[in-house]
Design a protein. Structure first.
Length: 184
């Protein structure tokens, strides 16, 4: 191909791009869609704007009886769920700190205390230990449990998935953490 053929090709491409931009600008000028006041879809784990009423928040889920629910949970299913976590976490004894902290012995361990990991201030301020209710709430929606934490995981919406994962994590310790007293 000679120089004139290339000029024709480049001119055609630029002309097409210019035509598309003009049609788009004209379409936006003619058809204007207003921004809705309330979003049609609410993504779990995102923070709500302060102007939004808190009445739209989902009702708090009641906690299960961990003394009965954890022994009945399927730790093997929890292990399969934990495969998703293996990208960021390790749960072997003496295992490395990866993108996230090592989770060996996490049940009952103080929050934000794994050696070699720089926790977010949001999680450091929580304080206390990783009890069954705390892990349950965190795994449901980490971004709601500790807004501003580093964990980008959206959470596990299904109750049984959370219980199975906690049962698996409970077994990843020298001795499994004691179960709480059964609720009356």
């Amino acid at each position: 191909m000679d120089f004139h053929e290339w000029n024709k090709i480049i001119g055609a491409v630029l002309g097409t791009v210019l035509f598309i931009l003009v049609v788009r600008a004209a379409g936006e000028a003619i058809y204007f869609a207003e921004e809705p006041e309330v979003p049609a879809i609410v993504v779990a784990g995102t923070e709500t704007a302060p102007s939004e009423p808190s009445a739209a928040a989902p009702p708090a889920e009641s906690l299960p009886d961990f003394a009965a629910a954890i022994p009945a949970a399927d730790a093997m299913q929890g292990a399969m769920l934990a495969e998703r976590c293996a990208v960021c976490h390790d749960w072997t004894k003496g295992g490395p700190t990866m993108i996230g902290p090592n989770l060996y012995g996490v049940v009952g361990r103080p929050k934000a205390m794994a050696a070699g990991f720089d926790y977010s201030p949001a999680l450091r301020e929580k304080g206390g230990n990783w009890t069954y209710p705390e892990l349950y709430s965190f795994l449901q929606q980490p971004g709601v449990y500790a807004p501003g934490n580093k964990m980008a995981f959206a959470g596990l919406p299904r109750t049984q998935d959370r219980l199975n994962l906690i049962a698996f994590l409970r077994m990843q310790a020298d001795a499994p953490a004691e179960l709480p007293a059964s609720a009356p």
